[in-house]
Design a protein around this ligand. Structure first.
Ligand SMILES: [Zn+2]
Length: 235
């Protein structure tokens, strides 16, 4: 994951060099949780400004979820200008700025203003992981505040069984068929159910896998085979 994001940064740096002395602009998009950098056209006629070509934006949006808007500051630091700060806030998206000075790139990254979006999150165990996504979904979509649990990195390989031990405490009961908003537990790369996802109408999972960005995807055979429980919230 970190490698894929670093590849995005490297691609954006190469694009910035190619566009120099103009500002380069691009998007990081993710499909099925995997990010990549997409160079876009800068419509601005001024040197120290960018206008992302709307057709490029629309095309990127069709290919995946937009993770970040990227632009370069040629011969300058990556600190956001006042215009950048305002535009970032208005966009409600993450912004990454690369400053290029003497061929050396430095980065300034601003996360989306307001609440973290459910999709496109970077995985940080115990802080931004599959259960964080479940809690945020329940709070945002249903106004339910689920208990939080301290979790050690890699607990599923250390004999832990956090989901099974705690789901009743958190207000869930097992069910046979999932309904919109129910939780699907899966054993992925572990003998115990270590991964939780939200099941949505249309047979879609909203989830955050270790090493991927959070995303929506089809609840396909690979996930079905690893499913151990469906849980519904009773309070
Ligand atoms: Zn700028």
């Amino acid at each position: 994951m970190t490698e894929l994001l670093n590849k995005c940064r490297a691609d954006a740096e190469a694009h910035a060099l190619a566009e120099h002395p103009r500002e380069a602009v691009g998007l990081v998009i993710a499909s099925r949780g995997k990010p990549r950098y997409v160079p876009c056209r800068n419509q601005s006629e001024e040197l120290d400004h960018f206008i992302l070509h709307p057709e490029d934006y629309a095309a990127a949006e069709d290919e995946g979820d937009i993770v970040a808007v990227v632009h370069s500051h040629p011969d300058a630091s990556p600190e956001p200008s006042l215009h950048d700060i305002a535009s970032h806030a208005a966009s409600r998206m993450a912004w990454w700025i690369v400053g290029l000075r003497d061929g050396v790139a430095t980065w300034h990254e601003m996360s989306a203003a307001g609440e973290m979006p459910l999709e496109g999150r970077v995985f940080v165990h115990g802080a931004i992981d599959c259960y964080t996504l479940i809690r945020d979904y329940y709070r945002q979509a249903r106004g339910i505040h689920l208990l939080d649990f301290y979790r050690q990195d890699d607990w599923w390989h250390k004999g832990g069984n956090l989901y099974l031990e705690n789901f009743e405490k958190a207000g869930f009961v097992a069910t046979y068929t999932p309904r919109n908003g129910d939780v699907v537990l899966m054993a992925i790369g572990s003998p115990t159910p270590c991964h939780g996802a939200i099941w949505l109408d249309g047979d879609v999972l909203l989830h955050h896998l270790y090493g991927r960005l959070s995303c929506r995807e089809v609840y396909g055979a690979a996930y079905r085979e690893r499913t151990t429980h469906f849980l519904t919230y009773r309070g």
